[in-house]
Design a protein around this ligand. Structure first.
Ligand SMILES: [Fe+2]
Length: 471
């Protein structure tokens, strides 16, 4: 293990040198337009609001994404590898108290900004935390997969420390833990670019203690961006994008590529079982970044709703994602025949599936997604999928409006599924500004409940969550 770590560190160091040799003439869409990083952190307390902010929304909407401080060779830059920046809007009793954006205090960011390094342990060779921001056990955490530790943020989004929740360990984590609404536990499937022979099932309890870290053997170092959780199982997506030394040596900043030699399979790991108890289901080659939810039926069948790609990361070089054929699917895992039956729920090009997370691990009726550009940002709708009726309702934000992931916030703890709001940052291609848009989740086609204009652009990014005031 030590040798593997030393080799990986050496190769990673060499890779940074190799990235400088990638031909520079190639423009990079992930550094332009609505993707382009912003250059300053700001705090704004006088926000222009159209409509009415629901008085029930008391808390913080926070979302993270890449915002590189410096890019040595734009042609070698990959969207997934930029320094993280968190953007947040705090709402209280119908008012928008502030908007803030803050870089996540990784070492390279703090050095470049002339700031003191944050306390806490470190892990991995990638000094980037940019993929998700969650509230858990009274704390706010910025997350990334495969390497760097979570970074704790304070209530105003400044970095507090690096750490593995309340554990003294220093291990890779995931950007997509799933909370069991009944136990309050976070379940995640974690991988580590330095340990390509295994993945790990990690459980963090409702108080922030790491209570389980189970290794599961795999081959080739698969990229496992997300998992899904049922009442009794964790669903593992062991699909054919794997660590690629070839890509590393060609100067790729994200050395993962489509691997036709990797047998695609879905695993059902009992939540308290051991690695030998994983039931594997072979599946036609595809890739999944995100699952909406999963649940078990009475006959033992497991239903998993995902956004699926037939291929991804096939280019030997380049920074682009192939988003042209993404769509929403339902997978039914037949536990007696070990067959996965796939059904297309929506052929629309879309990503960032979210549900009312009180339904997590149980049957859900609604999934919310947003359109996702093929090559460059373009106006995209939000989709509300009613899986009971098969109906799809959409919200079109406007002729120059590009939405990010939409997060569902329930009206109250007791309100029904779909009774609440969807919150999303929306970028404007025309004005180069962004807004936080609040839609009525049950009537997404209607005019927004409120539009909170922001003083700056929120670059197109990844994931966020609603962190209620009490949390
Ligand atoms: Fe993600």
């Amino acid at each position: 293990m030590l040798n593997e770590r030393l080799i990986a560190k050496t190769v990673a160091w060499g890779s940074r040198a190799l990235q400088k040799r990638v031909p520079r003439r190639t423009p990079n869409q992930y550094l332009e337009g609505l993707f382009a990083p912003v250059s300053t952190e700001c705090t704004a307390t006088q926000l222009e609001i159209r409509g009415r902010i629901p008085a029930e929304l008391n808390g913080l909407y926070a979302r993270i994404g890449p915002n590189p401080l410096r890019v040595d060779n734009p042609a070698a830059y990959h969207w997934f590898t930029g320094d993280g920046m968190v953007h947040g809007v705090r709402l209280r009793e119908g008012r928008a108290l502030w908007y803030r954006n803050r870089w996540v205090g990784t070492d390279s960011v703090n050095r470049r900004l002339g700031r003191a390094l944050a306390p806490g342990p470190r892990h991995g060779v990638a000094d980037v935390v940019n993929t998700n921001v969650i509230g858990h056990a009274g704390r706010i955490w910025a997350l990334v997969e495969a390497g760097a530790l979570p970074v704790q943020l304070d209530a105003e989004l400044s970095t507090v420390r690096h750490g593995y929740f309340d554990s003294a360990a220093a291990l890779s984590y995931s950007a997509h833990p799933h909370r069991d609404p009944h136990t309050g536990e976070l379940h995640a499937i974690c991988y580590d670019s330095l340990a390509r022979h295994q993945i790990r099932h990690v459980v963090v309890d409702r108080h922030g203690a790491v209570t389980r870290d189970l290794a599961v053997p795999v081959q080739h170092g698969p990229m496992i961006h997300d998992c899904a959780l049922t009442a009794h199982h964790v669903v593992i997506f062991d699909l054919p994008i794997t660590f690629s030394f070839g890509a590393l040596l060609r100067g790729a900043s994200l050395p993962y590529r489509w691997n036709g030699a990797h047998i695609p399979r879905i695993g059902l790991l009992p939540r308290t079982g051991n690695a030998a108890e994983v039931r594997w289901f072979e599946i036609e080659a595809c890739f999944v970044f995100h699952a909406a939810n999963a649940y078990e039926l009475d006959d033992g069948e497991v239903v998993v709703d995902v956004v699926s790609y037939p291929r991804q990361f096939e280019q030997a070089r380049g920074t682009g994602l192939d988003n042209s054929r993404t769509h929403l699917e339902r997978w039914r895992l037949d536990t007696s025949s070990r067959v996965v039956r796939r059904q297309t729920l929506s052929e629309q090009r879309q990503e960032f599936p979210r549900i009312d997370e009180r339904r997590s691990t149980q049957p859900h009726r609604f999934i919310y997604t947003v359109g996702f550009g093929v090559d460059r940002p373009r106006p995209e709708p939000l989709y509300r999928h009613d899986l009971q009726t098969g109906g799809i309702t959409r919200h079109d934000f406007g002729p120059s409006q590009v939405p990010s992931e939409a997060v569902f916030v329930p009206r109250s703890a007791q309100s029904g599924e779909d009774d609440g709001w969807l919150l999303a940052f929306v970028g404007d291609l025309a004005s180069d500004r962004s807004a936080l848009v609040i839609l009525d989740a049950a009537h997404v086609q209607d005019e927004p409940q409120a539009v909170i204009e922001l003083p700056a652009r929120v670059p197109l990014g990844f994931h966020g969550n609603w962190i209620p005031e009490a949390a």
